[in-house]
Design a protein around this ligand. Structure first.
Ligand SMILES: O=C(O)CCC(=O)c1ccccc1C(=O)O
Ligand SMILES: [Mg+2]
Length: 324
């Protein structure tokens, strides 16, 4: 029999994050613990409802209605409307049952991508991140007026050293005209040669505009990565079915069942970029394990270090568990 416990948590971003959806300053989630005999396994539920996952409240209700003892059957039959719960429970299950065992492919170190602050702060931030060893950066666009962002972008890509890659993430916030303008600028810059290299534009248009993103990806040389469009396994499968063969951003913590994700990636051999949802070390480790197994193109993972008010993560987690 496996005992189940959970703890809700809240962490504060320091500084807050800015995206096309506005400012994000707190991360709410749930840490779960499974205990059987002498073994213990941890998992994390870290939803992002504006990305289409369940809300934290829905995940909490789901946890509250579960019995104190859970079975493999319960864990592997969580409904698809709780993708973050599927991830949390299944990874805790793997943690408890596969601890210390090399179950899957050997873990090969991956390169990491770091998130730059939106706006012109990017220009004065990348240097110290480059010193820390990052050579791939992601910059949020669709935050400020396009003319301003394009001017900053031209500057940024010029000053980035050779071998450095830049990802632009619009979070679905561009109009069709704006997306064309961005891609046109990217193609021109790359044709003329700049310091840095543009790796791709992530989710230029809203989820409903897949056909238009397909058109843009056929027309321009600059690559497009889907993100919001493929937030969970159901969407991932649907976009693949509809013919998308560009880049897929995968956020394992909200994608759903890790075993199904594994199967999908191995069968379809998709060009995947694995990325965080600003989970704690618990979800991060489970997500990075999947990334190491499944990123065949070895693209940098979007798991750059983030700053939180609670500095020491391990201590913070232990305290979270001891409290209550
Ligand atoms: O992907 C990365 O490099 C960092 C993570 C990231 O950008 C992100 C994190 C949480 C929610 C949404 C997003 C996003 O890619 O839009
Ligand atoms: Mg994104």
């Amino acid at each position: 029999m496996t005992q189940f416990n959970f703890r809700p948590y809240r962490r504060r971003f320091q500084p807050p994050l800015q995206t096309n959806h506005g400012v994000w300053d707190v991360r709410d989630g749930i840490i779960i613990r499974l205990t059987s005999d002498s073994n213990v396994g941890y998992g994390e539920i870290a939803p992002i409802s504006w990305f289409g996952s369940e809300t934290v409240e829905q995940a909490l209700d789901f946890c509250r209605q579960l019995p104190k003892e859970v079975s493999e059957e319960i864990i592997f039959s969580i409904p698809d409307r709780f993708p973050a719960c599927q991830f949390g429970f299944e990874s805790a299950w793997e943690d408890i049952n596969c601890r210390g065992v090399q179950m899957y492919a050997p873990i090969i170190p991956l390169a990491y991508s770091a998130l730059l602050p939106a706006g012109k702060a990017a220009l004065s931030t990348w240097q110290s991140l480059a010193k820390d060893g990052y050579s791939t950066f992601k910059w949020k666009i669709g935050v400020d007026p396009i003319a301003e962002e394009l001017a900053i972008f031209h500057h940024l890509i010029e000053v980035l050293p050779e071998g450095v890659k830049l990802r632009l993430d619009a979070n679905g916030g561009l109009s069709y005209e704006e997306a064309n303008l961005w891609l046109y600028n990217c193609d021109n810059i790359m044709a003329a040669g700049a310091g840095g290299e543009i790796e791709y534009i992530e989710q230029p248009l809203a989820v409903k505009n897949l056909t238009e993103m397909q058109e843009l990806s056929d027309y321009y040389a600059t690559a497009i990565a889907l993100d919001e469009s493929v937030a969970n396994l159901t969407q991932l499968e649907a976009c693949y079915q509809r013919g998308w063969r560009g880049i897929f951003t995968i956020k394992p913590s909200i994608a759903g069942s890790p075993s199904r994700l594994r199967k999908f990636c191995q069968e379809r051999k998709i060009d995947a970029v694995f990325s965080s949802v600003f989970e704690t070390i618990v979800g991060r480790q489970a997500a990075l394990k999947l990334a190491a197994e499944l990123s065949i193109n070895r693209r940098a993972v979007g798991f750059g270090v983030h700053h939180w008010l609670e500095e020491n993560e391990q201590t913070w987690l232990e305290q979270l568990w001891q409290a209550c």
